[in-house]
Design a protein around this ligand. Structure first.
Ligand code: GLC
Length: 620
């Protein structure tokens, strides 16, 4: 399977947030499972400065964005089985920062256009382009637009991952043609418009073949007005192709046994290093050297959706507990001022650093005992997972990925890997903080067992990579099984059940392809046929996970009729593709998402697409 992953940031090249961590780890996890994967991102100044010597110049071309005709260089670099492509245009990307410029719309419009236009210069023609957030949201839109004229673009399927729906790429109506080079039809049918503005994310949600949020719970939340920043009705409309895939963390990078960034190493077998790290943290932050007082830590951007209002409300009640508090982060002035002021009230017991400091954050993850993250909304959240890996027990609000990664402590059966509360209410938060602090003080053995369970939680990328491969397989009509995915693991959260759409489940259920359905040679390492599932999901209804139980009576997979919706659709498309003339009626080309393997395969070898058709029709 050939995947092109388009992102606006990725570790280790450039980072402003969690997207960079995901884009830095997921591609190699996909490669480990056998996918052919390339990543494409802009060649920012900081990438050129730090990695310039390693970059290989591939070629250059010109990219048209409306009336602009701009130079576009393509550089590459190989790393961990992944090809990294960098799109070069100094006017757009040779700047000190990644975002925050007046012309961000134009910059990422250019980037998205370049991703599509530079495909012929890349190592492979992708079967799937995986886009992330609004910065690459134009890719599925341009593919549809170009697909009207060139068949080869129709062969590419798209996935859109929503890391945070708050950022949608909204621009005034007149940017549609003048900036993004799209014709009026895109606005006339409403695809790309919302509240009178061009809304790139909305357009991509409608155009992509699959959409996913970064946790199952967030995928569900996105259908609610409270979380969706006005896109809830679109998310509900697209529920059939929506799923939630929980992010992972880099388990090798974040490993208390080997991490060179922390003072003393430790593991669940020997935790003494953590005590030393705690003493070190207290020294570093000017806290009283008290080994038996729990340190509660906050490492966060200081912005409102992180739930900081709750902390402001009850900070003094918290500080009445026998605990110390450490805060690291910067952000909104009101929070910075509050924490700065509060730290002065509790010398030796509360320490604040208004900074973004990776080294210090690692000392906190390893030295603290409890990690507070009371977010109002949290698509996935990575820091609670990092904290757990370092034995710092999380206290979270049950939202998004926090709910999916933290199972609340249950004393009666000694279970759970953290603490959580449900309502966005400071009293509820205070209640669990108190519970956590007293568990630490009064029942150290129980706390240690809880801490170990947190450390042993599996947040590796392999599981998420499998989920993504399933999505890719589904939208391309391929069968994809990996050694690791047999036998199938149950999903971790009940919420996952809710969020798994028919499409994804159907992909997992796929029977072996008939000879006709075999994907293009060399396109994917198709393995042995998967056993045919027993339960039959109704064609139109979301298929539940339970339907994946192995068949009581197994038929030889190859003989089994491809009864599942996705298989049926794929087969239908194949037949249709065979019967149809080379040139598709334009409206079906844009509305439907035909697999058109045959045509696609043909196109891969020829450079020119079929005869052009009218743009106006495309807008229908
Ligand atoms: C965004 C989200 C965060 C998520 C990250 C990676 O930054 O706010 O919750 O973990 O993306 O997907």
């Amino acid at each position: 399977m050939k995947i092109l992953y388009a992102t606006s940031e990725a570790v280790p090249f450039c980072k402003t947030g969690g997207l960079a961590d995901v884009a830095g780890s997921l591609p190699s996890a996909l490669a480990e499972q056998g996918a052919e994967i390339a990543v494409v991102l802009p060649l920012y100044r900081q990438v050129r400065d730090r990695f310039g010597a390693e970059l290989k110049f591939e070629c250059y071309d010109y990219v048209d964005l409306a009336w602009r005709h701009s130079y576009c260089g393509l550089f590459s670099l190989e790393r961990d089985g992944v090809t990294w492509y960098f799109i070069d245009n100094e006017q757009y990307f040779d700047r000190p920062g990644l975002y925050g410029y007046m012309d961000d719309g134009e910059r990422f419009g250019f980037f998205s256009r370049a991703v599509v236009r530079m495909l012929p210069h890349m190592r492979f023609w992708p079967e799937v382009i995986h886009c992330n957030d609004w910065q690459t949201a134009l890719v599925p839109i341009y593919l549809k637009d170009d697909g009207v004229r060139e068949d080869r673009f129709r062969s590419i399927r798209t996935v859109l991952t929503i890391h945070n729906i708050e950022y949608q790429g909204r621009y005034s109506r007149d940017t549609l043609g003048d900036l993004f080079g799209l014709d009026a039809g895109w606005a006339a049918d409403g695809t790309i418009m919302m509240d009178g503005d061009v809304n790139l994310l909305k357009g991509a949600i409608l155009c992509a073949d699959a959409v996913n949020a970064v946790s199952p719970t967030y995928a569900n939340e996105l259908k609610m007005a409270y979380f969706a920043h006005r896109l809830d009705h679109i998310m509900r409309r697209c529920e059939y192709k929506l799923s939630g895939v929980l992010n992972g963390i880099d388990m090798k990078l974040y490993n208390p046994e080997t991490d060179p960034r922390i003072t003393s190493h430790y593991s669940t077998r020997d935790m003494s290093g953590k005590d030393a790290d705690k003493a070190e943290l207290q020294k570093l932050m000017g806290l009283n050297q008290e080994p038996h007082t729990p340190i509660v830590a906050i490492v966060s951007r200081l912005v409102s959706h992180k739930g900081l209002d709750l902390i402001c409300e009850v900070l003094h009640d918290m500080m009445e507990l026998p605990m110390q508090l450490v805060v690291l982060g910067k952000g909104d002035q009101k929070y910075e001022e509050f924490f700065h002021w509060a730290a002065d009230q509790y010398p030796g017991r509360m320490a604040v650093r208004l900074d973004y400091n990776e080294a210090l954050s690692m000392s906190i993850y390893s030295g603290a005992d409890l990690f507070l993250m009371p977010s109002k909304s949290e698509p996935c959240g990575l820091s609670q997972m990092i904290a757990m890996r370092y034995g710092t027990v999380p206290i979270v609000r049950e939202t998004g990925g926090l709910k999916d990664t933290v199972q609340p402590y249950e004393a009666w059966r000694d279970a759970g890997n953290g603490f959580s509360f449900r309502n966005y209410a400071s009293g509820d938060m205070l209640y669990v903080i108190r519970e956590a602090v007293y568990l630490y003080k009064d029942y150290p053995d129980a706390f240690d067992r809880l801490r170990k369970r947190a450390m042993e939680s599996d947040f590796s990328w392999a599981r998420s990579a499998r989920d993504y491969l399933r999505i890719y397989a589904n939208i391309t009509g391929q069968v994809w099984t990996t050694a690791q995915s047999q036998p199938e693991e149950p999903l971790e959260a009940e919420a996952a059940e809710e969020a798994v759409p028919a499409a994804e489940a159907a992909a997992a259920e796929m029977t072996a392809p008939t000879a006709e359905e075999q994907p293009a040679e060399g396109s994917a390492p198709v393995e042995e046929p998967v056993p045919a599932p027993a339960a039959e999901a109704p064609a139109e209804k979301p298929a539940r996970r339970t339907a994946r139980k192995p068949a009581a009576k197994k038929e030889p997979a190859a003989k089994k009729a491809p009864a599942k919706t996705a298989v049926r659709k794929a087969a239908a498309r194949k037949t249709a593709a065979k019967e149809e003339p080379e040139e598709l009626p334009v409206d079906s080309a844009i509305q439907e998402k035909p697999a058109k393997k045959t045509a696609a395969k043909k196109e891969k070898t020829t450079k020119k697409g079929p005869a052009k058709t009218k743009k106006e029709d495309a807008a229908e």
